[in-house]
Write a protein that binds this ligand. Structure first.
Ligand SMILES: N[C@@H](CCC(=O)N[C@@H](CS)C(=O)NCC(=O)O)C(=O)O
Length: 234
């Protein structure tokens, strides 16, 4: 399949980290695409006909094939490209995929904070769990700039979308989960500086995310609401 002769459409959402995985891969591989962002609180009726999960991202290839699940989409985009965003060594590639899966588990904890942890105690327990996970990750970072010394890979893309959440979480929590994690702090800065990572979200992403979290009815929502009304009153 020649990526230059096919047409690609992404169905997404402006804040979704899984959608960002796909669009960063497309930017890194120079694959052109159209993007439609949908309202996940008011899903369009045609969504079910495209994906049984009714989740984004969805990738439509030349109106012929429809793919869902971000891992499937990113692997497909990587396979049709001339170079790969995975390490060449097969065991190393599988190792990266294991830690990508771990990233998804960190995202599940972040989702718990955003949507489900209603009490301060629940919020703190989940944040402690995330901090523990970040410590395990820190021990695996072997590159000076990115996860691996071999350069920028798909695993870096996945973590770039996870680290973004901590700007909003820093507005709520007094403890900094990155405090004792010098390698991850350096990695996070390098990822934030990358054009493909910056361009995957709207320029006012941090504000949009804070407003989104503030509406979810969790402890984090309440904290952000207070913070936002305090900022407005100043
Ligand atoms: N496992 C899916 C997760 C995608 C996902 O959870 N997308 C969210 C937005 S970030 C979604 O579409 N949620 C709508 C819903 O759950 O109904 C993937 O990797 O693509």
């Amino acid at each position: 399949m020649d990526p230059n002769t096919e047409r690609y459409h992404i169905i997404g959402h402006s804040l979704c980290p899984y959608v960002q995985r796909a669009v960063i891969v497309m930017a890194e591989h120079g694959i052109a695409y159209d993007r439609i962002d949908i309202d996940l609180d008011d899903k369009p009726h045609w969504l079910t006909s495209l994906s049984p999960t009714k989740k984004v991202p969805i990738l439509i290839i030349s109106e012929k094939h429809v793919l869902f699940e971000s891992n499937v989409i990113t692997e497909f985009l990587d396979e049709i490209s001339l170079s790969s965003l995975h390490p060449v060594d097969i065991a190393e590639k599988a190792y990266h995929r294991s830690w990508i899966e771990f990233g998804t588990q960190i995202l599940d904890c972040i989702a718990r904070i955003i949507y489900r942890d209603r009490l301060l105690e629940d919020f703190e327990l989940t944040l402690a769990e995330i901090t523990k996970m970040l410590h395990l990750l820190e021990a695996r970072v072997s590159g000076k700039t990115y996860f691996s010394p071999l350069g920028f890979h798909l695993i870096d893309i996945v973590y770039s979308t996870i680290f973004r959440y901590f700007n909003a979480l820093a507005l709520i929590s007094k403890s900094d989960p990155f405090q004792d994690l010098p390698k991850i702090r350096r990695w996070r800065r390098a990822l934030q500086a990358r054009n493909s990572v910056q361009d995957a979200v709207p320029p006012n992403y941090d504000d949009l995310l804070a407003t989104f979290i503030a509406k979810q009815g969790s402890h984090a929502s309440n904290q952000l609401q207070s913070r936002m009304s305090y900022d407005k009153s100043k």
